[in-house]
Design a protein around this ligand. Structure first.
Ligand code: PCA
Length: 143
């Protein structure tokens, strides 16, 4: 099993949740470090840019997923393409103080800093990807 922190469309109740067949670990989590979270381009894709220390601590959810679900998420996030997301390890901790503050290492889908084109930033840096943000999202058209 693998633990994955999702901050965007893979969250429960968000547009790509159908691809996330994992088991949610209760509560909300927040990245231990700050990262820039932007809505990018016409499709308003949520990008968590691999620039730790910039931006804000970002909220999301943690799921335990099997190999098959991880592979499906990798396909959705196009990790095998140079302009896709990079699945890497980040430290996250429970967002609620009373849940304790111990950080756990989990996978997350980040964007490489070299991919960041400032002219494409529509919104951010954000602390949280909300349903209002998701309403702006346009899925990639697969041909
Ligand atoms: N899906 C992944 C990365 C960005 C996105 O929209 C996620 O929710 O974490």
């Amino acid at each position: 099993m693998h633990r994955v922190f999702v901050f965007g469309t893979l969250k429960e109740g968000f547009p790509n949740f159908a691809t996330n067949k994992g088991r949610r670990i209760a509560g909300d989590f927040v990245t231990s470090q700050a990262y820039p979270l932007y809505l990018m381009g016409e499709r308003h894709s949520p990008w968590l840019v691999d620039l730790p220390g910039a931006g804000l601590q970002v909220h999301g959810q943690v799921f335990e997923v099997d190999d098959e679900t991880l592979a499906a998420m990798d396909r959705l996030e196009r990790v095998h393409e140079p302009d896709g997301y990079l699945r890497t390890r980040v430290a996250v901790e429970p967002a609620m103080q009373d849940m304790g503050r111990q950080a756990i290492e989990v996978f997350a889908y980040l964007k490489r800093a070299v991919q960041l084109d400032a002219s494409q930033v529509r919104l951010g840096p954000l602390p949280d990807y909300t349903l209002a943000h998701a309403a702006l999202y346009r899925p990639r058209i697969v041909v």
